[in-house]
Write a protein that binds this ligand. Structure first.
Ligand SMILES: [Zn+2]
Length: 121
């Protein structure tokens, strides 16, 4: 198992082991993880004499907009209400995935910081 190999020389106390086990368990149960975020937007169009340019303006929408970065560019797609309902848990999973990665990295930094070999040089 990978855990045993990577920890041959590193000390992992009981609390650290328990934290790692909890993170791993949650990761294994997470499910699909959709990147990006969702917001509700009302917009103006490009037409000169449109109601969205009137005073008071009547904007288009509201639209449910899913945005994400692809190769440093923002990709936008408009969702239906039932798509939002179905995708919301997947977006929540992606958020939780990022949190768990951060937590696992923080734990690993603590373990590496506690390595005796830093002190013996
Ligand atoms: Zn318009």
């Amino acid at each position: 198992m990978l855990v045993a190999r990577e920890l041959k020389r590193l000390k992992l106390d009981r609390a650290a082991r328990a934290t790692q086990a909890r993170i791993m368990k949650e990761l294994s149960q997470l499910g699909l993880a959709l990147p990006g975020s969702i917001e509700v937007r009302s917009t103006r169009c490009g037409k000169a004499n449109c109601r969205c340019k009137a005073d008071p303006a009547q904007l288009h929408g509201p639209y449910i907009v899913w945005t994400r970065k692809v190769d440093q560019k923002t990709v936008t797609r408009v969702l239906s209400a039932d798509q939002l309902e179905d995708y919301r848990p997947l977006l929540d999973n992606a958020k939780r995935l990022r949190e768990l990665i951060t937590e696992l990295q923080r734990l690993t930094l603590e373990v590496v910081d506690g390595d005796d070999r830093w002190r013996s040089r």
